[in-house]
Write a protein that binds this ligand. Structure first.
Ligand code: GDP
Length: 319
């Protein structure tokens, strides 16, 4: 990628897309194509085609997606499946039709079977049943991977797919109904500390294990792989380390300075027991994460604390 190449970041207002924009700008790329949903609805084939015809991007980062935590996913199956499929079909097909030099698709670690061996190797894709709480989203992301592989196989279109682990960082969704666990716990413990609450509730049993990657690291990997990787095989992007939800809760409570009790609401789902990525392929290509979990949580907490209070409850909310 040259610094003047035309680069379309689809989903530039989201957690991932905004981090990719920051990283591209940091590295001196000056010709970014960015569109809000109001300007270009990526679920509309005509709108996407018009955008590619007029802007003629050289490179595409496909980071636009309907995302949400364990509850949002299980409550809105049709929305998660339809919207993600529509965006993938429209953007990947238009990119190929309009001669894009390379497209990078951002997937998710939830594409792997619920009970696959850990750590999750890329070849475990489609070897078993999915975790039911997010299978709709996972099916859409698997379709995105297959679109990239199919367009590469049939048309020689250079499309690559990255599978990031659970991400967090500035710009995350802190809405308690639709967010993922890490921002939810930052908000719960911060509210608990401010209001002097005696107890804070954590969903599930606390025993599931999750791996967390700071979104700035993901963005760095995304730009690196766009420039250094060109193959049909998917690539996991993670840290290679995980933590139980109970330990994560303790860590966040101590970083936030909350000293009350932590109670577990076992009426809420645990989801998959473990979701740890094998990152050996990524390391062989030459990339490794840099931001440790504690450092990353501190920075995200700082960002959250500096938000105006009226925005803190709803920032990033998935409608
Ligand atoms: P997942 O990785 O797809 O399962 O998505 P989440 O990040 O939403 O949930 C991860 C784990 O954290 C699950 O076991 C949840 O039950 C648990 N968890 C604990 N407290 C919370 C919370 O307040 N919000 C969310 N979203 N998950 C929580």
């Amino acid at each position: 990628m040259k610094s003047t190449d035309r680069i379309f970041v689809a989903g530039h207002r989201g957690l991932v897309g905004s981090a990719i924009v920051r990283e591209l700008e940091r590295q001196g790329f000056t010709n970014l194509i960015l569109r809000t949903r109001q300007q270009t609805d990526l679920s509309s084939r005509d709108a996407v085609d018009r955008l590619f015809a007029s802007e003629k991007p050289d490179y595409v980062f496909l980071a636009a997606a309907k995302v949400g935590g364990i509850l949002a996913n299980s409550q809105h199956p049709a929305t998660f499946l339809y919207e993600n499929l529509a965006v993938e079909i429209n953007v990947i097909d238009s990119a190929w039709r309009h001669g894009v030099k390379k497209l990078e698709f951002l997937g998710s670690s939830c594409i792997y079977p619920k009970l696959a061996p850990q750590p999750l190797k890329e070849e475990y894709l489609l070897t078993g049943p999915l975790e039911p709480t997010n299978e709709w989203y996972a099916i859409a992301k698997i379709a995105g991977i297959k679109l990239c592989q199919a367009y590469r196989a049939q048309y020689g279109f250079p499309a690559i797919s990255l599978m990031p682990t659970n991400l967090y960082g500035p710009g995350d969704n802190f809405d308690l109904e639709s967010s993922h666990v890490l921002p939810a716990l930052i908000r719960k413990f911060e509210d608990g500390r401010r209001e002097g609450r005696e107890a804070v509730t954590v969903w599930g049993t606390g025993t599931p294990r999750r791996e967390f990657l700071h979104v700035d690291d993901l963005a760095h990997a995304a730009v690196f792989l766009m420039q250094n990787y060109d193959d049909a095989d998917i690539v996991n992007v993670g840290t290679g380390e995980d933590i139980t939800i109970a330990d994560l809760a303790q860590l966040i409570a101590s970083l936030v300075g909350y000293s009350g009790r932590v109670v577990f609401d076992t009426s809420k789902p645990d989801g998959t027991p473990q979701k740890l990525l094998d990152t050996s392929r990524l390391r062989r290509i030459g990339w490794q994460h840099r931001i440790g979990l504690e450092e990353g949580i501190r920075a995200t907490y700082q960002w959250f604390k500096e938000l105006p209070r009226e925005r803190a409850a709803t920032v990033g909310r998935v409608s």
